[in-house]
Design a protein around this ligand. Structure first.
Ligand code: ATP
Length: 274
């Protein structure tokens, strides 16, 4: 079951209007556990295509009244097609569970990679030139920040705001390519939104204050992640949530003396986190 076929014979979506069921899959090892269910490695029996099957318990969804959020996640993630956005091929359900058929990210969480190394070198995170080119002039991406910037630019073009970009929601495929996952907090909207969501450390001031916000909140997070990739911790980390809140509101940004990071990159981060 383990392993990833280099050239899958057929993707689950290629059969039009197929009604999937659990009988179509062989279930393999557990890949992880989320708040509302578990994720398993799985293989579609007919095509032998390897996927990740996310199993969510309806009881939990009902309990926390998350039906709308889940439907939004399904609709948004199925509609997105970008090399750095994790594919949601389809979904199905039985009497008590909902199943998401997801692209399998063989490399797991970027978060674990970050925790292993402590921080990335500047060239791993992205060169300032590449970052600017990718984000503002839409050129080729070479690494994490650049990939993320490009994927976010794509989402924003489609009026999708992710709103919960953080290392835990970034997965890596078998080639180490970054994939944005977990569109549970995302919205598709041209107008400003009001819902407070996401993890405090990565939230923009307008989000922590529960004010109207738009795609700029994802760009803010890009700056936060760039900082975390380079220094190993997000810039406004504090002992308590209220201290983090205060630091975000003041944009209390400082750069540690080590690891050594170029002035250009520091200045870029300061500009993104304005
Ligand atoms: N497509 C995938 N490929 C490989 N591993 C995955 C995939 N999706 C999830 N995982 C693993 O399973 C874990 C749980 O994923 P899941 O999306 O359920 O949880 P989560 O990120 O905590 O989301 P939520 O906040 O919605 O509970 C992830 O942290 C990751 O390690």
């Amino acid at each position: 079951m383990a392993g990833h076929p280099p050239k899958p014979p057929k993707q689950p979506t290629e059969t039009p209007k197929k009604q999937w069921s659990i009988a179509d899959f062989e279930i393999g090892k557990p890949l992880g556990k989320g708040k509302f269910g578990r994720v398993y490695l799985a293989r579609e029996i007919k095509s032998k295509y390897i996927v990740a099957l996310k199993v969510i318990f309806k009881e939990q969804i009902d309990k926390y009244k998350l039906q709308h959020q889940l439907r939004r996640e399904m609709e948004i993630q199925t509609s997105l097609r970008h090399p750095n956005v994790l594919r949601l091929y389809g979904w199905f359900h039985d009497s008590d569970r909902i199943f998401f058929i997801l692209e399998y990210a063989h490399g797991g969480e970027l978060y674990k990679e970050l925790r292993k190394t402590g921080h990335f070198s500047e060239s791993q995170a992205a060169t300032v030139k590449e970052f600017i080119i990718i984000y503002f002039f839409d050129s080729i991406c070479v690494d994490y920040i650049a990939s993320l910037a490009q994927a976010l630019a794509y989402c924003h073009e489609k009026n999708v705001i992710h709103r919960d970009i953080k290392p835990e929601n970034l997965l890596l495929d078998h080639e180490g390519r970054l994939k944005i996952a977990d569109f549970g907090w995302s919205v598709q909207s041209k107008t400003k939104r009001h819902t407070m969501c996401g993890t405090l450390d990565y939230l923009a001031p307008e989000m922590v204050e529960n004010k109207a916000h738009d795609y700029a909140v994802d760009n803010w997070t890009l700056g936060i992640l760039c900082y975390e990739f380079l220094f190993g911790a997000p810039p406004f980390e504090a002992e308590s949530q209220s201290d983090t809140f205060r630091r975000i509101m003041k944009v209390d940004l400082s750069f540690p003396s080590t690891p050594v990071v170029s002035t250009e990159v520091k200045s870029l981060i300061s500009q993104v986190i304005f």
